[in-house]
Design a protein around this ligand. Structure first.
Ligand SMILES: Nc1ncnc2c1ncn2[C@@H]1O[C@H](COP(=O)(O)OP(=O)(O)OP(=O)(O)O)[C@@H](O)[C@H]1O
Length: 242
């Protein structure tokens, strides 16, 4: 398989899916790309126990903006992103995500492969500085290169919403800067990017901070960065004084 057959999971057409709770809005305004209200998600264990993973999560992201999703390990970031991508179905809540949308996996080997228009992918690969890789077999690419190709595929499909799961695992800082620049020049794309790096907030239009399955804070990145840093230093002080 050569490179231009690699593309992210993507689903065309606008999508408004009221689930079991009260519908949010019948007619979302033009300037909102992602909106979730009171999203809950639980899993059933083999022992028959119901384990809540997401608890009443609400988020709202304006069109054309880059937002970061942060929180400690296991707080539910990937689960929320997968729900927004339509890969998981929430237990209840209401959801609107503009389409076409694409989800770029944390592990690029999980990316779905599908055929796509060669010239558009070629142009998009050019934009992520990877045009020379067009004919290379996918298995010969590094994790970061696969992720950049996946993003190129999403842009080639003219996606409106890009859901990026923890690109920091495979992309170095300069690769991440390339992706950010790419999102900036693709003005119409709205991106929600899971990250552990507080420095990324500097480049974001906004952020969502989660803990233990809940959205604790959302909005201005600088305010959220300050909040997280204060939590981290109080944690360190507690450890040092015990
Ligand atoms: N199918 C499942 N069955 C049981 N528990 C699950 C399942 N899927 C997720 N979880 C649990 O839900 C919680 C949230 O997982 P999730 O992967 O969304 O967290 P995360 O914030 O993305 O974590 P990380 O930063 O480590 O990637 C974790 O405690 C995880 O173990």
């Amino acid at each position: 398989m050569n490179l231009f057959t690699l593309a992210p999971t993507s689903l065309p057409h606008a999508h408004l899916s009221p689930l079991r709770s009260t519908p949010m809005r019948d007619n979302p305004t033009e300037n909102v790309a992602i909106e979730g209200r009171n999203i809950n998600f639980s899993v059933n264990t083999r022992q028959g126990k119901i384990v809540p993973i997401l608890k009443d999560c609400s988020i709202r992201i304006p069109s054309g903006q880059l937002w970061m999703l942060l929180g400690p390990n296991g707080c539910g970031k990937s689960t929320l992103l997968k729900i927004l991508a339509g890969l998981l179905t929430p237990t209840n809540g209401t959801l609107f995500v503009r389409r076409p949308k694409s989800y770029v996996f944390q592990n690029p080997d999980h990316q779905r492969h599908l055929s796509s228009c060669r010239s558009r992918v070629s142009k998009a690969l050019d934009a992520v500085g990877m045009s020379e890789y067009l004919e290379r077999p996918v298995q010969t690419l590094s994790g970061g290169q696969k992720q950049r190709v996946a993003i190129a595929g999403a842009l080639a499909e003219a996606c409106k919403v890009l859901l990026l799961d923890e690109l920091t695992t495979f992309l170095d800082e300069s690769d991440q800067a390339t992706v950010r620049n790419l999102l900036e020049i693709s003005g119409e794309v709205t991106a929600l990017w899971v990250t552990h790096r507080l420095e990324e907030l500097e480049y974001a239009d906004g952020a969502v901070y989660m803990e233990d399955g809940r959205v604790i804070m959302d909005g201005d990145g600088a305010r959220i960065s300050k909040f997280i840093k204060a939590k981290q230093s109080s944690y360190i002080n507690r450890i040092n004084s015990s």
